[in-house]
Write a protein that binds this ligand. Sequence first.
Ligand code: AOF
Ligand code: ZN
Length: 375
Amino acid sequence: MKTPNTGPELADVHTKYMRRAIELARYGDGRTSPNPMVGCVLVRDGAIIGEGVHLGAGLDHAEVAAIRDAGDAKGATAYVTLEPCCHQGRTGPCTEAIIKAGIQSVYYAVADPTSLAAGGAKHLESAGIEVIGGLCEYEAREMNRFWFFAEDNKRPFVVAKLAMSLDGRIATASGESQWITGRESRQSSHKLRKSVDAILVGADTIVHDNPRLTARDRDGGDLEDVYQPICVVIDSTGRTSPTSNVYREGTILATTDMISPRAKAKFEDTGATVVVLPRGGDARVDIVALLAALYGRGVKSMLVEGGSTVMGSFFDQSLVDEVWAYLALSLILGGKSKVAIGGEGPVKLDVAIRLDGVTTEHVGEELLVRGRIRR
Ligand code: AOF
Ligand code: ZN
């Protein structure tokens, strides 16, 4: 396979078409999981003759959509944001569609990391098609960073969302916790909910706040045309009430064999799925097993929203990949007020968790600090 080193002018032309393919791919944002976003552009004689986007699992792959858009793609060059697949999955292999259409050259941005779909580039080459990989790789990877992470690590990418006072508290000593952050922050975090496959909270959060955990619009109504993330509740013993707002079709209750058969049946009556997992060292749900189970169900990214104990478990086991911290510019104070992140924490300062690629912005009255966990 060649690398995209075709001289500065030509490289610019190729980059331009690949950027267009990336732009197209983004139309699938929020709809393609468990699949990645993919875009494809077909070019012949210096003009775009077809464009395609993957808009969801089970729907056409980008290449197939672009070939259909072009009608006749004979002799064209294809620009695809992901190595064309060569497997029969929910849809047919793109390599066959490309060969059948008489496409001459294929530029792709990133290799497909899945064992199922990889190998497309070799397959195309053996059919006599010129294949060039790695064009705009960084941008294409960034676009699907949750998906690539999940495929590489066989677990969802985990974002910890914190909404806390400047001194890291989420409740006063008396337990008062509502509205530490303001309306704008809550709206902003609803947007974040839309970009992940699942939202996770612990039993305490369900008991104290009884949240619905949906992606909501500004007026408080659920965004209907917007895809809703799966809600996951960690409740090792089944002590939350099955009548809580979160239990409905699609919700997952992650528990252990400590739940009674009667309680399990009550949760299942709400439409929720009860997943019984092994116990971890602390006798609670083993969250490594939970992440593996969620990945097996197609969850590629997950937001952990709290509370303190759950947050602590994820940080202590190095299972957080990114942090979004909404900092209210207030101090709650007190040795007995609840901290945002519980658990054990590191013993030594030199192993304190650090963030990379940090950005800060004002959201309403709060400061939003985002960054990736340094590994
Ligand atoms: C492509 N073009 O547009 C996409 C690809 O079983 P399926 O049909 O849903 O295929 C899903 C897999 O195919 C997915 O995991 C990924 O490896 C690849 N996605 N490949 O050539 C596309 N969406
Ligand atoms: Zn495909």
